[in-house]
Design a protein around this ligand. Structure first.
Ligand SMILES: Cc1cc2nc3c(=O)[nH]c(=O)nc-3n(C[C@H](O)[C@H](O)[C@H](O)COP(=O)(O)OP(=O)(O)OC[C@H]3O[C@@H](n4cnc5c(N)ncnc54)[C@H](O)[C@@H]3O)c2cc1C
Length: 466
């Protein structure tokens, strides 16, 4: 036994993927601790708890977590239903944290601010692999760990409004007028938007979601106005193909947004790449690089998310220069090539960094790619924990069942009558990689559905998380 083995594996983040890792660690009888910044499980998901997800329950439950829960008498929800984010937290993740296998091993209010090797900075190589990790919390406490599973997501670090990836001129000064993705327009945040003019910036599904909520509010509260700015020349990606769309759910979502634009309920500003924001008389004047200006009371920035690697900056990371994921993962998740449903299965080999024993999994592992699905993260968690247990056959036997359609949108999620789901198409595609075989990604056999790329270059990403 090395000195490292006397320390627990520390999982950072009690979101769905961090808790899945905890369930796998518990099943394998490994010592672990989960550190969560929020005051309850899945603080990020709870923040967008009013949003109905686009994949049904069957894709949102981790297998190990489900086994542990069911052994304790828990009854799974209707697997075909699309839950709200809040239902995933309340009906699945909260009960999971209360199981004897996890209870007492999840610490809330524990924000990690830095990770290093105990006694070694990033430059020191001698003895590195044997040294435990040192984890520093916001309150100054320090913990040691055998391995670190970083499942902190990307929710706290949204993309900026500036069309070039830099903050727009005046963006920080206008912060009080800007909501980041998915305010609860029809619920707790209603007063901020009722009777006011809001500009939504972004072309992904978070933007579509907010546009539909604002348009609903406009029918209820006179004076509510909705404008929408996208970088591209046309809202093709958001609209999808309507009735002709190969993906019916995307068509239905896009059709509703398009109808609101066509009716004048939403004013679309295409080719609008935000350059500057000026606060003037209680309003914000948003100016594009083209020189066009929209003046509104509020802005909703739905431009996607980016990873924050600063907590791991004293570790040896080799990040893809575009995605900010590992280099091995980047081509598998590139939104120019993949939608969420076509990402191939991957595990510990694709997630390994030069720093042995540190793995970023979950939404954070995808960096800036918006193609992440919980089901993918659950397989990452299973594979990484198997590797930590020394079970390399299981670690490398990566398998994934993803929803057939690749775009995370759903008419059901948005209240339309057709409840077919994008991330939850009725017949899932089987995607399997077996590394013993000779072709395909990772040297294995790969069967993928034929899908269209999820994104064109526009504001934000194109999938569930944008
Ligand atoms: C609106 C929306 C809808 C989505 N719909 C779907 C869907 O239908 N299907 C699907 O499969 N996926 C969907 N996703 C994508 C993805 O599955 C979710 O974002 C999911 O919550 C990611 O899980 P995670 O555990 O990786 O990260 P998160 O859920 O973001 O969890 C990260 C956790 O880490 C904690 N944390 C962060 N920083 C620290 C720190 N420094 N120290 C300690 N704790 C920290 C956070 O508080 C949080 O609890 C959606 C995403 C969004 C935003």
């Amino acid at each position: 036994m090395s000195t490292q083995d006397t320390f627990p594996t520390v999982v950072i983040g009690a979101g769905p993927v961090g808790l899945a890792a905890a369930a796998h660690l518990a099943e394998r009888g490994l010592d672990f601790l989960v550190l969560e910044a929020g005051d309850g499980p899945a603080a990020a998901m709870a923040a967008w708890g009013h949003v109905r997800v686009f994949s049904p329950w069957r894709y949102n439950l981790d297998a190990a977590a489900r086994r542990l829960l069911e052994a304790d008498g828990w009854i799974a929800p209707d697997l075909a239903q699309l839950p709200l984010g809040a239902q995933i937290v309340e009906d699945y993740l909260l009960p999971l944290t209360k199981l004897p296998a996890l209870a007492g091993r999840v610490r809330y209010g524990a924000r990690v601010v830095a990770i290093s090797r105990d006694g070694l900075d990033r430059v020191r190589s001698t003895g590195r692999e044997q040294a435990p990790f040192l984890i520093r919390l916001a309150d100054g406490q320090e913990l040691t760990a055998k391995a670190v599973i970083d499942a902190t997501g990307t929710w706290p670090t949204p993309n900026v409004l500036g069309g070039s990836g830099l903050p727009a001129h005046g963006e920080p000064e206008a912060a009080a007028y800007i909501d980041t993705a998915l305010p609860d327009v029809l619920g707790r945040d209603r007063d901020r938007f009722a009777g006011r003019h809001t500009l939504v910036v972004g072309a992904g599904h978070s933007a579509a979601n907010t546009l539909l909520a604002l348009a609903q509010l406009a029918t209820e509260v006179p004076g509510t106005q909705v404008s929408w700015a996208i970088r591209t020349g046309a809202a093709t990606r958001t609209y999808g193909g309507g009735d002709a769309d190969a993906l019916p759910a995307r068509g239905a979502l896009g059709t509703r947004v398009r109808a609101l634009v066509d009716s004048g309920a939403i004013t679309l500003h295409s080719g609008f790449s935000v350059r500057s924001i000026a606060v003037d008389g209680g309003q914000v004047a948003v100016t594009a690089r083209s020189g066009a200006t929209v003046t509104a009371d509020r802005i909703v920035s739905a431009t996607g998310f980016r990873p924050d690697h600063t907590i791991a900056s004293e570790l040896r990371l080799d990040l893809d220069p575009i995605m900010g994921s590992t280099r091995a993962l980047a081509p598998l998740i590139d939104p120019n090539q993949h939608s969420c449903g076509t990402v191939p299965p991957h595990g510990v080999d694709e997630l390994t960094q030069p720093e042995p024993g540190y793995y970023a999994i979950g939404a954070k592992s995808y960096g800036r790619a918006p193609t992440f699905l919980m089901a993918t993260g659950y397989e990452q968690a299973r594979s990484v924990v198997a590797a930590l247990a020394g079970d390399w056959d299981a670690a490398r036997d990566v398998q994934l069942e993803l929803p057939e359609t690749g775009v995370c949108s759903s008419s059901a999620a948005l209240g339309a009558e057709d409840d077919s789901a994008c991330c939850g198409a009725p017949e899932p595609a089987q995607v399997q990689v077996s590394r013993g075989l000779s072709t395909g990604i990772g040297g294995g056999l790969l069967t993928l559905p034929v899908l269209q790329p999820a994104t064109e270059a526009g504001n934000g990403g194109g999938c569930c998380g944008s």
